[in-house]
Structure formats: C-alpha cells, structure tokens
Write a protein that binds this ligand. Structure first.
Ligand SMILES: Nc1ncnc2c1ncn2[C@@H]1O[C@H](COP(=O)(O)OP(=O)(O)OP(=O)(O)O)[C@@H](O)[C@H]1O
Ligand SMILES: O=P(O)(O)OC[C@H]1O[C@H](OP(=O)(O)OP(=O)(O)O)[C@H](O)[C@@H]1O
Length: 210
C-alpha cells in the first residue's frame, strides 16, 4: 500500500516544487521523484508526474484519485468532471492581457473597441474574456513562449500568465488588463471522492491544518 493509499497526479514545471513540499508534509517520501527528471511513475509512493495541463485528464478518468493543478488550467478546462477541494495557496500568478509597451494609439483603440488578434495557450479563457467584455477577438493558439507573438507581428496582444513580471518586461510588454488570479488547487476524481472518502478527507484535513 502507498503512504496515502491514493494515486496522486503531480504537475511537472512551476508547481512541482510546491507540490512535492506539500506531499512531504503529508508523510510521502518524495526523494525519488526529486532525484528523477525523466521517470514518470513512482508506484511505491503513489505518484504520477505529468504536464500540468494533463492533471485534470488523469483525475477525471480515475487514472489518479487526486491531483494538483493551477486554477488557470481548471478555468481553461471548465467542462471537466472533477471536484475542486482546496485552494493550496501556492503557485500564485495572474492571467493578463498584455501588449507592446508604447504601442501606437491605433493599437490601443483596437484593444478597447475593435477586433484584435490575441495569442494564447488558453484559448477558452481568452475567448470568454473577450465575449464577456463585449469585444471581438481572433484567438491564435500557440503552445508556449507566448510573449514572442506580438513582437513578430503575429498578433496585437497576448493572454498569458505572469508572476514576477520578468518575462513581460524582458520582452517589452506591459499588462493592459487583469483577467483572473490563479493558485494551485487540490482536485479529486468524483468516484474516488466517494470510495476513498476516508483517505481523501484525511489529506484535506491535514492540508487545512497546515
Ligand atoms: N511564473 C509562474 N509562477 C508561478 N506559477 C506559475 C507561473 N507560471 C505558471 N504557473 C502555474 O504553474 C502551472 C504550470 O505552469 P508551467 O509553466 O510550469 O507549465 P506549462 O508549460 O504551462 O504546462 P503545459 O506543459 O501543460 O502547457 C500553471 O498552470 C500555473 O498555475
Ligand atoms: O512573470 P514571470 O515570473 O516572468 O512568469 C511568467 C512566465 O511563466 C510562464 O512561462 P513558462 O516559463 O512556464 O513557459 P511557457 O511559455 O512554456 O508557458 C508564463 O507562461 C510566462 O511566460
């Protein structure tokens, strides 16, 4: 039996260190995970590691009982049937609309009124935001390094995450509008939430207690 008697979907990338620290606090030995960059499945401790945006997929399907992912990912994949159990209060970042510093007035007018081209890894969040604010946008989906898109003329603006603001600054971009805040969340598979209620409640209680 694994320490928590649960399979846990752990995101690689920005949320991984915070997630592993949290699992250490729950008594899960994460040393093998920390020491292995390429290995994905750690059966003895019930950990599966994956791309952050895949966490809801594994949890919804029951391939993992619980998982950790950003609120941004849950917002983007709004239709997924998973329970959001806790705000874990780490991995804080903002989803923003940004464009080039010092853009000419025509581009600014476009942002407020016209049809603008917007690059993003989060097409649903971006489309919904423009819809909600009564504007039209042509959403251009890119897979990463979103900040490049307005610098090359591919688009006029981006919808992306920012934390320290360094990446925007280094690329001469400025925040124009704040769309949403995100932190890491604990999610659970609905069936596991019933069948493994004792185990999952214990995790939630331990995390609530700090
Ligand atoms: N700069 C940041 N600081 C803190 N948290 C961040 C930052 N950027 C992203 N995050 C959070 O970490 C999560 C994972 O981001 P990360 O950039 O590591 O992966 P990714 O490359 O976006 O994932 P994928 O490969 O699934 O597209 C995001 O969903 C968000 O919740
Ligand atoms: O405000 P900052 O602290 O500079 O962080 C923001 C950057 O972090 C994330 O990118 P990541 O490094 O995960 O790469 P990505 O472009 O592949 O998402 C995000 O997409 C921004 O590019």
């Amino acid at each position: 039996m694994t320490p928590l008697n649960l399979t846990i979907a752990v995101p690689r990338g920005a949320l991984m260190p915070g997630t592993l620290d949290l699992l250490d606090r729950l008594g899960v030995d994460t040393s093998e995970v920390r020491a292995n960059d390429r290995k994905l499945l750690f059966e003895s401790v019930g950990i599966v590691t994956m791309r952050p945006s895949d966490v809801p997929t594994y949890v919804e399907a029951g391939a993992a009982d619980i998982g950790i992912c950003g609120k941004d990912v849950l917002m983007e994949q709004a239709g997924r049937h998973v329970y959001e159990l806790l705000d874990l209060a780490f991995g804080g970042c903002q989803m923003v609309l940004a464009s080039r510093a010092g853009d000419d007035p025509a581009v600014e007018a476009l942002r407020r009124l016209g049809v603008m081209r917007v690059a993003t890894k989060y097409p649903r969040i971006a489309a919904r935001y423009f819809e909600d604010t009564g504007r039209q946008a042509e959403i251009v989906e890119v897979k990463g390094s979103v900040e490049l898109a307005p610098l090359t003329g591919l688009v006029e603006a981006i919808v992306d995450l920012t934390a320290t603001g360094t990446t925007l600054r280094e690329n001469g971009l400025v925040i124009r509008e704040e769309i949403a805040s995100s932190t890491a969340r604990l999610i659970a598979n609905p069936v596991s939430h019933k069948l493994r209620a004792r185990e999952i409640d214990a995790v939630v209680e331990a995390l609530r207690a700090g």
